[in-house]
Design a protein around this ligand. Structure first.
Ligand SMILES: Cc1cc2nc3c(=O)[nH]c(=O)nc-3n(C[C@H](O)[C@H](O)[C@H](O)COP(=O)(O)O)c2cc1C
Length: 190
């Protein structure tokens, strides 16, 4: 049973909320249905880091849910999806996912992806990491998650912040087999 072209997008309160915004835009452009949940902290970073309103971000998703709505479809393993990406992923959300002690819909949906053995990509944003963060990331990798911090690729010769963001978004979508057209590929004649 192949899942519908549908991806769950979590936006948590790490710096780089623009990654979540661009993820929704890129998935829409690629014709992939999105189901979005944003943490309260992400709403705060959105106001600090961008001119977007929460309603504008919600409008970029096909479906959106309140963080407290733990009865939403995406909280269940029976809900079909290609997987989930958390862009950006805070240390707090990452740590909840690693323990399984989830306190809201965002981390519950991620927990479901792991238990159903679906793709879960975490764009973890923090620096520097202490040993506990690194151990938690190891644990998540062992559990099947893909830990993909949004680090710029300078070989792509980005000339703007937008290009740097888009490259990272494109590389994450590569992990789902979605060619967004956003990646300048190394030595690829195509
Ligand atoms: C402007 C701003 C930037 C932040 N940047 C980060 C960050 O890069 N990484 C991180 O883990 N937390 C960051 N935080 C702290 C998180 O928002 C905080 O730990 C929060 O509890 C995360 O909750 P959530 O995982 O439910 O979104 C930032 C907070 C603010 C207000």
């Amino acid at each position: 049973m192949s899942p519908p072209r549908r991806i769950v997008v979590g936006i948590s309160g790490a710096s780089g909320v623009i990654y979540g915004v661009r993820m929704l835009e890129a998935l829409r452009a690629a014709g992939v249905e999105t189901h979005m949940v944003m943490s309260r902290s992400a709403e705060i970073t959105l106001a600090h880091e961008t001119d977007f309103k929460v309603a504008e971000v919600r409008a970029l998703a096909d479906h959106w849910y309140q963080q407290a709505d733990i009865g939403a479809g995406i909280a269940s393993g029976s809900f079909r999806a290609m997987g989930m990406v958390i862009a950006p992923c805070s240390i707090r959300s990452m740590s909840e996912i690693a323990t399984g002690v989830t306190t809201g819909l965002l981390t519950r949906a991620a927990d479901v992806m792991l238990k159903e053995r679906r793709r879960l990509v975490l764009m973890v944003r923090e620096t520097p990491f202490h040993l506990g963060h690194l151990r938690t990331m190891t644990q998540l990798a062992e559990m099947g998650a893909v830990v993909a911090p949004p680090l710029p690729a300078f070989y792509a010769r980005p000339t703007s912040l937008e290009e740097m963001v888009d490259h990272s978004i494109g590389r994450v979508l590569d992990l789902f087999g979605i060619d967004s057209g956003l990646v300048r590929r190394w030595k690829d004649p195509a």
